[in-house]
Design a protein around this ligand. Structure first.
Ligand SMILES: NC(=O)c1ccc[n+]([C@@H]2O[C@H](COP(=O)([O-])OP(=O)(O)OC[C@H]3O[C@@H](n4cnc5c(N)ncnc54)[C@H](O)[C@@H]3O)[C@@H](O)[C@H]2O)c1
Length: 327
């Protein structure tokens, strides 16, 4: 479902996976659907129902615009089809709760597209935290900055910086913390450079401080414009040291000349390049769940909890106060 920016990428991953075939693509934009059908040799479905109810379909991947997700999750789960759904589940917690009610008892696996959990470096840092390689966890610092701001059409549908973008960082924080829930948040947002963000009453720059139940302090900073590329860094600090999951460059070549030292390639441009392997690995995990009948590692509940944190961030921003969070 959905053959836009990320849908095209998913279509390629599904059609090139050794254990899956892409049977149908559906998009309200038939040009996009036809492009994917041609490049992956699948059929264009005439309606969502044609694909979802087909006996030849085992699973639905939802990569359409965010407001369509809960409808497609409900239709798919009630047709007994496994679901992989892009983040966020929706922007409205009431729609998410209603969806949860409507799919109760269906028991199909549902995985949410928080791809950063599948990045080898972030995952290794998280595992080191679990193994107490840095002793007791005390602080987490996440820097997540996009190379450039999206167009106004994307902004209109995205639902705001905190729910669309920072939601990844809220989920990554929950992943690192494990069973220590976030209990408080303080959020700041500004429009410093992006005229579209200003028109849409959105933000292009944001900072957050969060606290976990055990007292771990977390800092997240986001920008929609980092002139040097897609800046993705995670720092995990504890009583016995620190782990950094750093930015990556396409090659490890470093240049030394009479005017500079340690000059490297620019870091990856954006999410498709930086998280290329993570997108493949999250899909591999989804396929494994279907084959082995195991529970997905990133669940509907994880998607719901990340949205609850994003909502609390907006409340904090609007009130200018620290907000308590309960799930
Ligand atoms: N995990 C990630 O890293 C990541 C990155 C980008 C986007 N996303 C998420 O993926 C989703 C799509 O984002 P995008 O950047 O590809 O946006 P996009 O605008 O490029 O694509 C969305 C597509 O959905 C289609 N669409 C709209 N309504 C539809 C409907 N009723 N049925 C079928 N198709 C419909 C549109 O025509 C469009 O082609 C969003 O929910 C976004 O938050 C996730």
């Amino acid at each position: 479902m959905g053959a836009g920016r990320i849908g095209k990428m998913h279509a390629k991953i599904i059609s090139s996976h050794p254990n899956t075939n892409l049977k149908y693509v559906f998009d309200v934009n038939s040009k996009f659907a036809n492009e994917v059908a041609t490049s992956t040799s699948c059929s264009v479905a005439n309606s969502p129902e044609e694909a979802i109810n087909s006996k030849n379909v085992d699973a639905i991947l939802i990569a359409s615009a965010t407001p369509t997700h809960t409808k497609f999750i409900t239709m798919s789960a009630n047709a007994g089809k496994a679901v992989f759904c892009e983040k966020p589940i929706d922007l409205d917690i009431n729609k998410v709760n209603e969806c949860m009610k409507n799919i109760k008892g269906t028991k199909v696996p549902i995985q949410i597209g928080f791809n950063r959990r599948f990045d080898a470096s972030h995952a290794k840092a998280q595992q080191a935290r679990v193994n107490k390689e840095i002793g007791e966890l005390e602080m987490v610092v996440i820097t997540s900055r996009d190379p450039e701001a999206p167009g106004i059409d994307y902004l209109k549908a995205a639902g705001g910086f905190f729910r669309d973008t920072t939601i990844h960082d809220f989920d990554l924080t929950r992943f690192i913390l494990g069973n220590d829930p976030i209990v408080q948040i303080s959020a700041f947002g500004e429009v410093l450079f992006d005229k579209n963000a200003q028109k849409e009453n959105d933000h292009d720059t944001a900072m957050f401080i969060l606290k976990s139940k055990k007292g771990v302090l977390i800092h997240i900073n986001n920008s929609r414009r980092a002139v040097y590329g897609y800046d993705q860094r995670v720092e995990i600090f504890g009583s016995k040291g620190m782990i950094i999951s750093n930015n990556q460059t396409p090659t490890s070549v470093e240049k030394f000349t009479n005017s500079s030292t340690n000059i490297k390639d620019p870091i990856h441009f954006f999410f498709i390049e930086r998280y290329e392997q993570a997108y493949k690995d999250q899909f591999n995990e989804f396929v494994k769940c279907l084959v082995n009948k195991t529970k997905p590692k990133v669940t509907f509940e994880d998607g719901r909890n990340a949205l609850i944190i994003a909502n609390a961030a907006y409340e904090s921003y609007k009130k200018g106060k620290v907000v308590n969070i309960s799930f």
